[in-house]
Design a binder for this molecule. Structure first.
Ligand code: NAP
Ligand code: MG
Length: 491
């Protein structure tokens, strides 16, 4: 099949613009069928099997994507192994040039990436456009800058790349997670085999096209698509040297078992159940906005989502009233509409999981609130939901729902809220809203979470390390700390 036959153009009206996107990308090129990106080329899978990726907002098939088997994974790991020595030998500044080039190409194609991200995963276009894609480019720019400065990052030490990095990412921030993984790995001289999530492979494959265009040496980045079986085959491959995984705590545990007793290094970014805490002296309107953003951003499919709200008792009523009023103004629906605040749930399976938790809440007799607005008739949607007076013992306050559902609890004293907030197996993030800097510092030092935001929430920057405590995983991505994960450091 010629590449022309194998592609089609989707036309969208250009009612929104993105400052960095050239006008020439006003149509989006998508193929009908995507192969595996191995050794710098798109290759058909050994099994000749393909799976469908759909648009969760409409349930329509967007494209067919190759299903990688053990054979393909082996081929990808071999390509990454072969590419390792010449890539490691390149001077840092030369490796950096490729990363800068990839960063610029992402910026040039930002509009196309944003539309594909929204089509494949269901997130509001304004989030893909303003957050996911610019941040993905920013990660490449940031780590491009480190490529020739590693010896300054680790003075008096010899640093070497770890080798072949197996990287497995989830569906909530597909391109951004690929950037978080690939950029530091390459800056440090490693080569990569990356597996995107089954429901959102398209922006990683678009990135593969762009990597090809950038002239990056063949085999330095390989992108293999498939489901959890492909991920497991990668984890169990004997020639990988490092695993970087972002996903559920459950799969994180499987990975730890699989590599126990081997020399394979790992970093795991897992689930979360973050506390977002409003003290009575906080600027309430600002805090309410932060809580809304904290839980409804990306439909709540966010590992660091502020899914447990702790409100000081004296302001409970005011905060709850304001949250309910704000829910009335949230626009839920077509993710491609630039005014949409809450898009589609990523998959049928995830919608069922969220609905299961809503049923648990009602079975437990908990009071909840949703607006009476209408949802689209096809596609996977869930109304933003507040659940009130959730006890510490409820599954709603203990388990990660990964959807637009906020569990509200109250507290009287700071000591009480610290104890309640830390009473979770997770420890990825937290938020504190207060007028007093001293209170923010006190809480942030006592909350067992990798990231604590004060008077803001869900702020990400490539210079800042991100990662968990406890069952939220270990290792840090982002910032200088993100380099450690891809280097052997000899002091
Ligand atoms: P998941 O089921 O753990 O999947 C994550 C990735 O692992 C996907 O690519 C998945 O493939 C693959 N996978 C599944 N089973 C595997 C196995 N046995 N061995 C190796 N790989 C396997 O998680 P998810 O449901 O997609 O994502 C949501 C979870 O990710 C949430 O718990 C969330 O908190 C967490 N998350 C954490 C962070 C963080 O930075 N800490 C960021 C985002 C998400 P398929 O998708 O094809 O099954
Ligand atoms: Mg999809």
């Amino acid at each position: 099949m010629s590449s022309k036959e194998n592609s089609f153009s989707l036309k969208f009206d250009t009612t929104w613009t993105y400052a960095e996107a050239p006008e020439s990308t006003s149509h989006i090129e998508l193929k009908k069928k995507y192969d595996l990106f191995i050794d710098g080329k798109f290759q058909t899978p050994a099994s000749k099997k393909y799976f469908k990726t759909i648009n969760p907002a409409t349930e329509e098939v967007i494209a067919e994507v190759a299903e990688a088997s053990e054979k393909d994974i082996d081929k990808a790991v071999k390509a990454a192994t072969k590419a390792l020595a010449p890539w490691q030998k390149l001077e840092g500044k030369e490796r950096g040039k490729y990363l800068f080039r990839i960063a610029r190409l992402i910026q040039e194609r930002a509009r196309e990436f944003a539309v594909i991200e929204t089509l494949d995963g269901g997130k509001p276009i304004k989030e893909a456009r303003d957050i996911d894609i610019p941040l993905a480019a920013a990660h490449f720019f940031y780590y491009a800058g480190w490529a020739d400065k590693l010896k300054y990052a680790f003075p008096n030490a010899n640093v070497e790349p770890i080798g072949v990095a197996a990287q497995i990412i989830p569906w909530n921030f597909p391109l951004l997670m690929a950037a978080w993984k690939i950029a530091p790995a390459l800056a440090c001289g490693n080569t990569v085999v990356l597996k995107p999530a089954e429901t959102t492979p398209l922006t990683a494959l678009k990135l593969a096209e762009l990597i090809q265009e950038s002239g990056l040496p063949e085999g330095v980045v390989n992108i293999v698509t498939g489901d959890g079986k492909a991920g497991a085959a990668l984890v169990n491959h004997k020639d990988i040297n490092k695993i970087a995984f972002t996903g559920s705590t459950q799969v994180g545990k499987l990975i730890q078992k699989a590599i126990a007793g081997t020399q394979i290094k790992s970093t795991l970014e897992l689930g979360g159940k973050a506390a977002n805490i409003i003290l009575e002296d906080a600027p309430i309107d600002q805090a309410v906005e932060g809580v809304i953003n904290g839980i409804f951003f990306n439909q709540g499919h966010v590992c660091c989502a502020g899914s447990r709200l702790f409100v000081q008792e004296s302001i409970k009523e005011e905060v709850e009233q304001k949250l309910m009023a704000r829910l009335q103004t949230l626009r839920v629906g077509d993710p491609l509409d630039k005014n949409t605040d809450v898009g589609a749930i990523n998959s049928k399976q995830q919608l069922e999981t969220i609905e299961k938790y809503l049923k648990i809440a009602s079975d437990e007799g908990l009071e909840s609130f949703q607006t009476d607005s209408k949802l689209p008739s096809s596609g996977y949607y869930c109304k933003p939901t507040l659940i009130f007076d959730v006890p510490q013992s409820s599954r709603i306050s203990k388990e990660e729902i990964f959807g637009p559902v906020l569990a509200i609890q109250t507290f009287r004293t700071v000591d009480e809220v610290i104890e309640k907030a830390n009473n979770t197996p997770y420890g990825l993030s937290a938020g504190v809203w207060t007028d007093k800097g001293s209170k923010a510092f006190n809480l942030s030092s006592q909350l067992k979470a990798g990231v604590v935001w004060a008077n803001t929430y869900n702020k990400f920057d490539p210079t800042s390390p991100f990662g968990g405590f406890k069952e939220s995983g270990f290792g840090r991505e982002g910032g200088m700390h993100g380099l450690d994960a891809y280097l052997q450091i000899k002091r």
